[in-house]
Ligand binder design. Structure first.
Ligand code: RRO
Length: 315
């Protein structure tokens, strides 16, 4: 029984690793991930300079999921380049430069360091005060990617490039986004970031549960799994239709091996764990691996390709 998978040219021992966000900001956390059963180490989204992020409280979870308005707290990209010295697994840095110029600078420095396996370009942070999510503005997104890929294309060594996308809610978006992405050398997309600007209310205290932006924040966890699954499925089908070799990584509401099984059935090549990794810590990775193996074994599947993308439509 094998949980092996590929993201682009990168072979991974298992299809399960951490989402950018929870528990991947400090070197200590990155080293913990390196020692864990996560098959890859992905950093918190990085900016040029270190950032404190938004005011606290800025994170809350209950049994159904989470809300956050962290505001991109991170140690600055150089810290994440230097952290590579302590990491032996495939290691990707998430990049969210806030401006195109800053993003270009960060990506240039990452490429020049020649120490990092790749990047996940975050086009979908919902929590930057005064800024919308880039991937909801198609013209701006294409301009951004065009300039970034001028830099990336100057380097010829293997370097994984992924895009972290927000959820899309209307079917016409999928071909439109695909038509932009396919112009560039993107190896994978991650679907989905948290659903932006949700609101959780505490009826007892008659207040919001987080402070920034009047209590609005990105929603994660069980609340968002159906949207994550549909985004994975729609991009997977669109990529197949257009014969594009771009992997889709599932993210959103994964708490069990069964959740992972569903994402792979929809077409995911791998999955990222966010809210549940925050709740449970690194113990979640071996548990999820075992639960997925148990389901595969019951069904007689020996590898992910036996069921990847093979979701059936009910008769
Ligand atoms: O730091 C955050 O507030 C944050 C980011 Br960058 C993101 O991409 N997604 C999210 O839910 N929170």
């Amino acid at each position: 029984m094998s949980l092996h998978t590929n993201i682009g040219f990168q072979l991974l021992d298992t299809c399960i690793y951490n989402a950018s966000g929870p528990r991947c900001t400090s070197l200590k956390e990155l080293i913990q991930l390196d020692k864990s059963h996560s098959s890859l180490v992905l950093s918190k989204s990085s900016t040029v300079l270190p950032r404190e992020g938004n005011v606290k409280p800025r994170y809350y979870h209950n049994e159904l999921g989470s809300i956050n308005s962290m505001g991109l707290p991170n140690q600055g990209f150089q810290y994440y380049i230097d952290s590579a010295n302590a990491i032996s697994k495939p290691y990707l840095i998430s990049v969210n430069g806030l401006t195109l110029e800053d993003t270009k600078l960060i990506i240039t420095k990452i490429l020049q360091s020649n120490k990092i396996n790749g990047i996940e370009i975050n086009l979908s942070c919902p929590n930057i005060i005064g800024k919308g999510q880039l991937a909801y503005d198609l013209v701006e997104m294409e301009r951004y990617l065009s300039e970034i890929f001028i830099i990336i294309n100057q380097y010829s060594f293997p370097f994984l490039v992924g895009l972290k996308l927000p959820p899309y809610f209307d079917l016409h978006w999928y071909p439109q986004i695909t038509n932009i992405i396919k112009k560039f050398n993107v190896h994978y997309i991650t679907c989905i970031n948290s659903i932006g600007n949700g609101l959780l209310v505490d009826s007892e205290t008659e207040s919001t549960v987080i402070k920034p932006k009047g209590g609005m924040g990105g929603i994660g966890g069980q609340y968002i799994k159906p949207i994550g699954l549909s985004n994975v499925r729609n991009f997977y089908l669109e990529f197949q239709k257009q014969n594009l070799k771009i992997d889709v990584i599932g993210c959103g509401g994964i708490e069990s091996g069964e959740d992972i099984f569903e994402y792979i059935l929809c077409g995911a090549s791998a999955v990222q764990i966010g809210t549940q990794f925050y709740r449970e810590g690194i113990k979640c990775f071996p548990r999820l691996q075992q639960e997925l193996k148990d389901i595969m074994s019951k069904k007689g599947y020996r590898c992910l390709d036996d069921f990847k993308g093979k979701l059936q439509i009910i008769n």
